[in-house]
Design a protein around this ligand. Structure first.
Ligand SMILES: Cc1cc2nc3c(=O)[nH]c(=O)nc-3n(C[C@H](O)[C@H](O)[C@H](O)COP(=O)(O)OP(=O)(O)OC[C@H]3O[C@@H](n4cnc5c(N)ncnc54)[C@H](O)[C@@H]3O)c2cc1C
Length: 396
């Protein structure tokens, strides 16, 4: 962390001008750092008073690291239904386990979920650790984290994978803290390094401008959350055989500080943009909320759902669940039609694995054309009505 000695600081603001991330400002008589700090050290080097220093936490080498073996996937259930990301995690988990020549286990917590064990084994798991209890019917971060941590301490997997979903993002950091392990969030690529079996965890960094590969050499398990729709699920093999391990949760593990009074599904658009085959996506180029009326018309012709860039979401034209990109969802439909979207890197990381990308933009130099399979240079308010007309014509 960056430490500031206010006794030495003269509020000269040299640090402020040397910071590329707007992470340090002078308030009153001393510099103050905010959460944008990347610990790049530029301010430390430039401070004429030597009032700044970076303190690096002491490296902790876990002693029983050799005892950890195997890959574990956390199977996510929402309202008693397995989330598709679970099968994607099993797909990549299987590859990692085969490369490491270790078993792949999946841990599932819930109530009335035993029926999923066969499909988890068909999806690639060698073992299913099943924890069933009525207190687990609803997701509650504290009890899920306690139980997962207990299973990890018992089974000692070398790698733990979970979805970078709302549930995964809330429970997995909790588990990592309980077991004292590192965690890489939002991975888009996972590989094993041949020489030493280390898990290489790749994710976008610095606003998506670079891809960072992170390793956790000193502690186990190596924990990672993986964005939905980034990894391919394994082809299910109903003939696969596996073991089901029924685990009883202890009474104290099942005690939660949270009481779920009611579970309400948002009555906004129910479509999950990650689970459809075609998306018509709108950006700032739509100029107003009305643009989405036109996009919905096109989507209806294509049996597609509607998505958006962050600019459109921030303008209040469409709710957040439709956002594609680094801070939205990653999608990989067969068809992605980008309308009035420039193709900023933070948007592109969320849609570039679509099979076919069609871009409609009036700026011939828009970066979206670099990733588009087909590009139409023109005003979307002229192009889309013509597209709808021709689609209707073809259907006749
Ligand atoms: C940390 C961080 C995270 C981010 N996360 C995301 C994210 O998850 N998703 C995301 O999308 N963005 C994200 N962004 C924002 C991103 O950098 C861009 O600002 C955003 O994607 C721009 O949205 P846009 O393409 O709709 O708008 P613009 O970049 O303004 O592009 C609008 C495009 O529409 C075209 N256009 C205008 N009028 C018409 C017309 N009538 N017909 C045809 N074309 C027209 C223009 O030529 C232009 O290319 C993030 C940014 C940061 C810093």
């Amino acid at each position: 962390m960056l430490l500031i000695d206010c006794e030495k600081c003269t509020a000269c603001a040299v640090c402020e001008s040397s910071c590329a991330f707007a992470a340090i400002t002078v308030l009153d008589d001393c510099a103050v750092v905010n959460e944008n700090c990347t610990l790049c050290g530029a301010c430390v080097e430039n401070c004429p008073e030597e009032a700044l220093r970076i303190e690096v936490a002491e490296k902790r080498q876990q002693e029983d690291i050799q005892e950890f073996s195997g890959i574990m996937v956390f199977a996510e259930c929402r309202h008693g239904v397995i989330a598709p990301v679970t099968y994607e995690l099993l797909g990549i988990g299987r590859k990692l386990a085969d490369q490491r020549k270790v078993p792949l286990s999946v841990t599932i917590l819930g109530h009335g979920i035993e029926r999923y064990c066969d499909s988890l084994i068909a999806g690639g798991a060698d073992t299913v650790s099943l924890v069933e209890h009525e207190n687990l019917a609803q997701f509650r971060e504290d009890i899920f984290a306690q139980i997962l941590a207990c299973i990890i301490r018992e089974q000692k997997p070398e790698v733990v994978l979970a979805g970078a979903t709302a549930i995964g993002r809330s429970v997995i950091p909790y588990v990592a803290t309980l077991v004292g392990a590192g965690l890489t969030a939002d991975c888009t690529k996972l590989e094993i390094r041949e020489e030493d079996g280390m898990l290489l965890q790749t994710r976008p960094a610095f606003g998506g401008n670079i891809m960072a590969t992170i390793e956790c050499p000193h502690t186990r398990p190596q924990m990672a959350t993986v964005r939905p729709k980034v990894m391919a699920p394994a082809v299910p093999d109903p003939a696969r055989k596996g073991q089901i391990l029924r685990i009883e949760a202890l009474a104290e593990e099942l005690r939660s500080a949270v009481e779920v009074l009611e579970s309400v599904q948002s009555d906004e658009d129910q479509v999950n943009i990650q689970e459809v085959e075609a998306l018509v996506s709108g950006g700032r180029g739509l100029a107003s909320e009305k643009g989405f009326v036109l996009l919905r018309e096109l989507a209806a012709e294509l049996n597609a759902a509607v998505a958006a860039s962050r600019a459109a979401v921030y303008s209040g034209w469409i709710p957040y669940p439709h956002q594609v990109g680094q801070t939205g969802k990653t999608v990989s439909p067969k068809l992605y039609i980008a309308c009035g979207i420039s193709g900023a890197i933070q948007h592109a990381v969320g849609m570039q694995s679509a099979e076919v990308v069609v871009a409609i933009n009036r700026d011939v130099d828009a970066p979206i054309f670099n990733i588009a399979t087909y590009g139409v240079v023109g005003d979307l308010y002229e192009v889309i009505p013509e597209l709808i007309r021709q689609l209707r014509e073809v259907k006749k």
